[in-house]
Ligand binder design. Structure first.
Ligand code: SF4
Ligand code: SF4
Length: 441
């Protein structure tokens, strides 16, 4: 794709990067076939190619984006299916991230929307506030039905519609908090390794049992696990809202504490059980590439970060107690399959440990969770969820497994089949408890 940036514009490293990405696109349109919003809405401007044109124009003109441009960029899930499909290696992720930052900086959203985004950006990364918010949302849930619903879905969802979606996502009850940062879980038997386990923010409130399963499994196999003190939200939530000042500050804070932990106690890896977080931490090196102080450490931290299934693939687990009579529909989270290119590994681990793992039709399509997307774009998100659940149901599973809490909550909101984390199943197979329900339990 031909670009027309001026030399002065190209002196900005972000614009130089955008120019490189845009030039790689040959506008073949292959990506449109796997883009969930194009599949649902059929509008070229809601396809990756359409959005690439919109972003190109916005950056070249260097003017505040129009409401129309913002509408189509906001509808993008950042699921990255387009990156998997693109034959030219267009890095859509870095392009749309840049567009979101521009929109946040240069576009004046209506006041209710600005307020909602500010609340989400402030509350979600802080587990204590998120917990309080979830309790309030649970109390407010009975009133959700009383909120008016417009008969036709407007192009941009109203504040009331979004509040309704938020209330619907609140779990029926909240589990007790898990262990605090600073806790160390010694290896059982001979120590074979030492890892940090990302505590996550929403996950530690909604489902602390996921990391508990990871700790149980790892320590049982001789790995010491540390929950690093003063670790923060990875920054993914605010990064996807275009608030990079907040996201990068969190990245720097995390790099500082992880680096110090690695120097003091030694770390073989930083393990992540929420793939949405893993994708962003693996990108810290890119995000901080222009930061003189942090560029090097950020690249090292990104290289040290692994999805938990990547780490487990490296050693033999204890013999499984599974008899091959539990059928699992494996939901491949977008951040895992498209963001980190981890596709077969979780399924192989489950199969090797005695589960019958079924591939799900249209597994490349997002479930509609996508960070705060199911709150900000509830209508598209619900259509994607219903489509995902219908596809999952075709394999008649006993359980649905996923590697990302956002997907688990989204899917659990529309099915009675238990939705569990892959690590809970592996823990169960090697001596842990049978996993229960996710999200709404
Ligand atoms: S598939 Fe890749 S090269 Fe083709 S239009 Fe989409 S982004 Fe551009
Ligand atoms: S990230 Fe997903 S929703 Fe956005 S353009 Fe790419 S495929 Fe479409």
């Amino acid at each position: 794709m031909k670009t027309e940036f001026s030399l002065a514009q190209l002196a900005d490293p972000d614009i130089a990067e955008a120019d490189k990405i845009l030039r790689a696109c040959v506008h073949c349109g292959f990506c449109t076939a796997t883009c969930p919003t194009y599949v649902l809405l059929g509008d070229e401007l809601d396809s990756p190619r359409g959005r690439i044109y919109l972003i190109k124009e916005m950056l070249e003109k260097d003017k505040p984006p129009t409401a129309e441009v913002v509408k189509h960029i906001d509808r993008c899930l950042s699921c990255l299916a387009c990156m998997t499909t693109c034959p030219s290696g267009v890095n859509y992720m870095h392009l749309v991230d840049q567009a979101r930052v521009r929109i946040e900086r240069d576009f004046s959203r209506p006041l209710p929307e600005r307020a909602l985004r500010a609340v989400l950006a402030f509350v979600l990364p802080r587990p204590s506030l998120f917990r309080a918010g979830m309790i309030m949302a649970r109390l407010g849930r009975p009133f959700a039905a009383l909120l008016p619903t417009s008969k036709t879905a407007p192009a941009t969802p109203t504040l009331l519609r979004r509040i309704k979606a938020m209330l619907a996502l609140a779990p029926g009850r909240l589990p007790a908090p898990g262990p605090a940062g600073g806790s160390v879980f010694p290896a059982l038997g001979t120590r074979r390794g030492r890892v940090a386990l990302l505590q996550g923010c929403a996950q530690q409130v909604l489902a602390p049992r996921i990391n508990q399963a990871a700790i149980n499994l790892l320590t049982r196999h001789g790995i010491e696990v540390v929950l690093v003190k003063d670790e923060q939200c990875c920054g993914a939530l605010t990064h996807h809202l275009g608030r990079d000042g907040d996201a990068l500050a969190r990245a720097r804070a995390n790099i500082t504490v992880w680096q110090s932990e690695a120097e003091q106690g030694g770390l073989d890896a930083i393990l992540v059980t929420a793939s949405g977080c893993g994708t962003v931490i693996k990108d810290y090196g890119y995000l901080l590439r222009e930061d003189r102080e942090f560029a090097g450490p950020a690249a090292k931290i990104s290289a040290l970060t692994k999805d938990i299934t990547e780490y487990l693939a490296g050693f033999d687990l204890h013999p499984s107690n599974q008899q091959g009579d539990v059928t699992i529909a494996y939901h491949s989270a977008c951040s895992l399959q498209h963001g980190q290119k981890i596709t077969a590994l979780p399924k192989d681990l489950l199969s090797k440990n005695g589960f019958v793992v079924k591939d799900v039709p249209e597994s490349h399509l997002c479930c509609g969770s996508a960070g705060t997307y199911n709150i900000l774009q509830p209508d598209i998100a619900s259509r994607l969820r219903d489509r995902k659940i219908a596809n999952l149901a075709t394999v008649k599973p006993d359980m649905i497994a996923a590697g990302n809490i956002g997907c688990m909550v989204q899917i659990a909101g529309g099915t009675s089949v238990p939705v569990v984390h892959t690590i809970e199943l592996l823990d169960w197979a090697t001596g842990g408890p049978k996993p229960g329900l996710a999200g709404r339990d």
